[in-house]
Design a protein around this ligand. Structure first.
Ligand code: B12
Ligand code: SF4
Ligand code: SF4
Length: 427
C-alpha cells in the first residue's frame, strides 16, 4: 500500500545498539562470491552477508536477498509509462521524486548494495471468507494486524544499526514511506517475481510477503533474480472485481479497490460501488487466487498475527463508530490511516450492497452525520436498499450530498440483492 511520505532513515555505524541474536529458526539464504575486506572488523562481504542473515532471522524476518542499485535499468521507463497513463490516480506523491524512485543511486548516490527483506504475513484460513457474508465487512489480510510499517521499520532499524556497526558502513532503511520501488528491487534480488497482478510472489511465501529495504554503502555479494513463474496462468487478472488490469503486469490504480477504499479521498466513483461488495478496507482477490499460495504457511511473527476482531467485523457495529471509537478500535493498525469518515464511506457502500433491509436503519441515522462524505454514501446505501426517504432533509445544503440525492433518483441505482457485487464488473 502507499503511504505518501518521504520518510528516510540514515543510520551511521554505531548509532543503534546491536542486539543479541536469538536462535535461528529458518535456513539461511545463498552465499555469494567475496570481493574485498571491509569495515573495522575486516569482515569479508560474505561474512557480512552471513551476519545479516543470522541477525535478520533472529529479528523475525522470513526472507532476505541482496541486489545492486542498478539491477533494474528499465525502471525509469516503466514508472514513467505508468504515470503517463494516469494509473496512479490521486496518488500525486507517486509522481514526485520520480528520478529517485526509479533509480536508487539518484536517491542516495553513496548506495552500493540493497538488502531486500520480507516478513511473512500469510493468513490463517481463507482470506476471502468474509466476502460470502454480506452482513460483515471484509478487511484485507495485511490490515487485520498491527501496522506492518511500524513492525518492519523497527526491525529494519535494529538490523541496519547492527549491520552498520559491524560493517563500518552507512545505511538507510525504507518500508513503503520513501521513493523506493520495493517490488522490482525484491524481484531483482531473487525474493520472488512480480506476478501478472504486479505483486511480488514468492515460491516459499506465496503472495504474502511484506517488504522492506536497507540501502547501504557496503559492498555485498548480490543474488540472482528469480525468473517469472506465472506461465499461462491468468487467475489474478480474471479474479479482479473491477477489471483493474489493462494488461498483465500493469495495474490501473484508479480501478483498484485497494486504492479506492484506502487511498482515494472523496466519494467512490459510482461505477465501482456495486463491485466493492462488502470490502471495507483493501482487497485481496488477486492475491488470494494465486496457485503459489499453496506453499505459504501462516505467519510465525507474533506481532504480525491477525487480530480476530478485525477479520470480519459486523457492518452494523462498524456503522456506529464515531471518531473516538474508530481511533480506539483501529489504533496501531493500517486502518487508522483512512480516518473515520473515509472508513464509514466504505461501510455504507457495503451496507448498500448487503441487500439487508435490517441495516437500513444504520444508514438512515448517518443521513445526518457531520461528514458530507458519510451523508452522501448514506444516501446511496439507502437507495440501494430501497429505503431512501422521498426528499433530502431541508437542512441539507452540501452540493456533493445533494448530487448523491439526484443520482439516487436515477433509475440506474437499483436495489441490491445479497452478495451483489461479489465478482461483478462495473458498467
Ligand atoms: C503505490 C502502491 C500501491 C497502489 C498501486 C499498486 C501498484 N501495483 O503499483 C495501490 C494503492 C493500488 C496498492 C495496492 C496494494 N498494495 Co501497495 N504499494 C504501493 C507502493 C507504495 C508503491 C508501488 C509502486 O511503486 N508502483 C508503481 C508501479 C509502476 O510499479 P510496479 O507495481 O512495480 O509496476 C511494475 C510493472 O508495471 C512492471 N511492468 C510493466 N510492464 C511490464 C511488463 C513485464 C513483462 C513485466 C515483467 C513487468 C512490467 O514494471 C513496473 C516496475 O517494476 C508499494 C511500496 C513501495 N514503496 O514499493 C506498496 C506495495 C506494493 N503494496 C503492497 C500491498 C500488500 C498492496 C495490496 C495487496 C494491499 C491490499 N490487500 O489491499 C494491494 C495490491 C494491489 C495490486 N494488485 O497491486 C506491498 C506488496 C508486497 C508484495 N509482496 O509485493 C508493497 C510492496 C508494500 C510493502 N512494503 O510490502 N499499492
Ligand atoms: S483484485 Fe482487488 S486488489 Fe487486485 S487489482 Fe483488483 S481490485 Fe485491486
Ligand atoms: S495468479 Fe497466476 S498469473 Fe497471477 S501472479 Fe499467481 S501465478 Fe502469476
Amino acid at each position: 500500500m502507499g503511504r505518501g511520505r518521504d520518510g528516510e532513515e540514515l543510520v551511521r555505524a554505531g548509532e543503534v545498539a546491536p542486539v543479541l541474536p536469538r536462535p535461528a529458526r529458518r535456513p539461511g539464504g545463498r552465499d555469494g562470491a567475496g570481493r574485498s575486506l571491509r569495515g573495522p572488523g575486516l569482515l569479508t562481504p560474505d561474512a557480512l552477508r552471513r551476519f545479516l542473515e543470522t541477525r535478520a532471522r533472529a529479528l523475525g524476518f522470513d526472507a532476505l536477498a541482496v541486489t545492486r542499485p542498478d539491477a533494474v535499468p528499465a525502471l525509469p521507463e516503466r514508472l514513467a509509462a505508468w504515470l503517463a497513463e494516469g494509473h496512479h490516480g490521486g496518488m500525486g506523491w507517486m509522481a514526485e521524486r520520480t528520478e529517485a524512485r526509479a533509480d536508487p543511486a539518484a536517491l542516495w548516490p553513496a548506495v552500493r548494495s540493497i538488502v531486500m527483506l520480507g516478513v511473512n504475513a500469510a493468513p490463517d484460513g481463507d482470506p476471502l471468507a468474509a466476502l460470502s457474508d454480506p452482513s460483515l465487512g471484509s478487511i484485507a489480510v495485511y490490515a487485520r494486524r498491527r501496522d506492518y510499517h511500524d513492525v518492519i521499520k523497527g526491525k529494519l532499524k535494529e538490523l541496519g544499526g547492527a549491520f552498520a556497526a559491524k560493517a563500518g558502513a552507512e545505511i538507510k532503511v525504507f518500508v513503503d514511506t520513501a521513493p523506493v520501488m520495493e517490488k522490482p528491487l525484491a524481484a531483482a534480488a531473487g525474493l520472488g517475481w512480480q506476478g501478472k497482478h504486479s505483486v511480488l510472489v514468492s515460491r516459499d511465501f506465496g503472495n504474502w510477503l511484506m517488504l522492506g529495504a536497507i540501502y547501504t554503502t557496503a559492498e555485498l555479494p548480490a543474488d540472482a533474480p528469480e525468473g517469472d513463474r506465472c506461465g499461462n496462468c491468468r487467475r489474478c487478472l480474471e479474479a479482479c472485481p473491477t477489471d483493474a488490469f489493462p494488461a498483465p503486469y500493469r495495474l490501473d490504480a484508479r480501478r483498484c479497490l485497494a486504492y479506492l477504499t484506502i487511498e482515494h479521498a472523496g466519494p467512490i466513483p459510482a461505477a465501482f460501488r456495486a463491485p466493492m461488495g462488502n470490502r471495507v478496507f483493501g482487497c485481496d482477490d488477486c492475491l488470494a487466487v494465486c496457485p503459489w499460495n499453496k506453499f505459504a504457511v501462516a505467519t510465525r511473527e507474533a506481532r504480525l498475527s491477525a487480530r480476530q476482531d478485525l477479520a470480519a467485523p459486523p457492518l452494523a457495529e462498524l456503522a456506529r463508530l464515531d471518531d473516538a471509537a474508530f481511533r480506539a478500535r483501529f489504533a496501531g493498525t493500517p486502518i487508522k490511516r483512512t480516518g473515520r469518515d473515509r472508513f464509514l464511506r466504505n461501510v455504507l457502500i457495503a451496507i448498500g450492497n448487503s441487500g439487508d433491509a435490517a441495516l437500513a436503519g444504520e444508514a438512515a441515522r448517518l443521513l445526518s452525520d457531520a461528514s458530507p462524505l458519510v451523508r452522501g454514501m448514506a444516501v446511496w446505501a439507502l437507495a440501494r436498499l430501497g429505503h431512501l426517504p422521498p426528499a433530502p432533509p431541508p437542512e441539507e445544503r452540501d452540493p456533493d450530498v445533494l448530487a448523491e440525492w439526484a443520482l439516487a433518483r436515477n433509475p440506474g441505482v437499483q436495489r441490491a440483492s445479497p452478495l451483489a457485487g461479489a465478482g461483478q464488473r462495473p458498467a
